[in-house]
Structures are given as C-alpha cells and as structure tokens.
Ligand binder design. Structure first.
Ligand code: HEC
Length: 164
C-alpha cells in the first residue's frame, strides 16, 4: 500500500514538473491562442441584430416576457467582446446602460406606444456606433417580420416572468 502511495506522489510531482517545465510563456501562448479563436464583435453582433428584431414583435403582441428576454440576451451576446475587444466593449455597455434604458422601461411598463418610440429612436444610436467604429455601411433597419419565426410571439407574459 505504501509503495502505491509513494508512486502516486512521484507521479503527481513529475506531472507538476512537466507543467512548470513547459514555462509561463507557453501557457501565455496557449491563452492567447484560445482568445484568438473566441468571437470578437461581428459574430455576437449578428445575434444582437436578430434579438433586437425579435424584441419588437414580442412587444407588439404583448409577449413582454419574451421582449425582455430578447433584450437581456441581446446585451449578454456581446460578453465575449469584454475579453476579446476590451477597448470596444465599454462602448457597448454604455450604450445598453444609457441609450437602451427607455426600451427596457417601456417593456417593464408594458407600454407599446412608448416602446415603439424608444425602439425607433435607438436604431439611430445603433447606427451611430457603426459610423463611429468605421462601419457606416452596416446600417440597421427594422424588419417587417421577426428574424426568428420559430417562436410564438403571442404568448401573454410580463417582464418579471423572465428568470433572474
Ligand atoms: C458600441 C458600438 C456598437 C453598438 C452600440 C452597436 N453596434 Fe452593431 N456593430 C458594431 C461593430 C463595430 C460592428 C462591425 C463588426 C466588427 O467590428 O467586427 C457591428 C456590426 C453589426 C451587425 C452586422 C453583423 C454581421 O456581421 O452580420 C449588425 C446586424 C449589428 N451590428 C446590429 C446592431 C444593433 C441592432 C445595434 C443596436 C441595438 C447595434 N448593432 C449596436 C458596433 C456596435
């Protein structure tokens, strides 16, 4: 029994040595390689675009929970950029915390007239950031149908139905 314990201990020691032997530089390179293949802005922005479009139809049909959910995960979709684009991410967070607030307030208040007004206004802010970032040719327009048709937009619900 004792010999097995000694062998295990030796094994752990050897494994540990080989990790250290690979060196901090090597570990850093592996981290950089992983970061390099994580999404930056374009990929999550596609999700932002879809969730933003879907939100409108959810609000229009009084599925306020779905509208709120779309807003929440529209914001969350950009999370990888906090790591891969740390200089650009604060601009997105500020946009959501400030410019997007009237949309969220209208969803919480279940007020479609206010929602439509805030939603239309915020499209301008989406596009302002595109212009400022050098992407003036990416111009968001409101679609006439949702981006995803596989959801029932008419389920009655409220913002507070969305799990925390
Ligand atoms: C903080 C700046 C910023 C804000 C705010 C912003 N975007 Fe973007 N968006 C970008 C950038 C930058 C790109 C170009 C992609 C890249 O740089 O990798 C982009 C690209 C896009 C694309 C094209 C994605 C593709 O490759 O197909 C869509 C769609 C989009 N944004 C939708 C929106 C919508 C909708 C909003 C508002 C709710 C919004 N964006 C707000 C910065 C922003």
């Amino acid at each position: 029994m004792k010999i097995i314990r000694i062998l295990i201990a030796a094994g752990i020691l050897l494994a540990g040595t080989s990790i250290f032997a690979s060196g901090a530089e090597d570990v850093q390179k592996q981290i950089d390689d992983i970061k390099g293949v994580l999404p930056k802005i374009a990929i999550p922005m596609r999700e932002v675009g879809d969730r933003f479009q879907n939100m409108y139809f959810a609000a229009e049909k009084k599925n306020w929970g779905l509208a709120y959910y779309m807003s929440k995960y529209m914001f969350g979709a950009m999370k990888p950029a906090s790591l891969t684009k740390p200089k650009e991410y604060p601009g997105w967070k500020a946009f959501y915390d400030e410019k997007f607030t009237p949309v969220n307030k209208a969803i919480e208040a279940e007020d479609f007239a206010a929602f439509e007004k805030a939603y239309t206004a915020v499209i301008k802010s989406c596009n302002e950031c595109h212009v400022d970032s050098g992407y003036k040719f990416v111009k968001v327009v409101k679609m006439s149908t949702p981006a995803d048709n596989g959801i029932d937009y008419t389920v009655p619900s409220k913002a507070s139905d969305v799990p925390q």
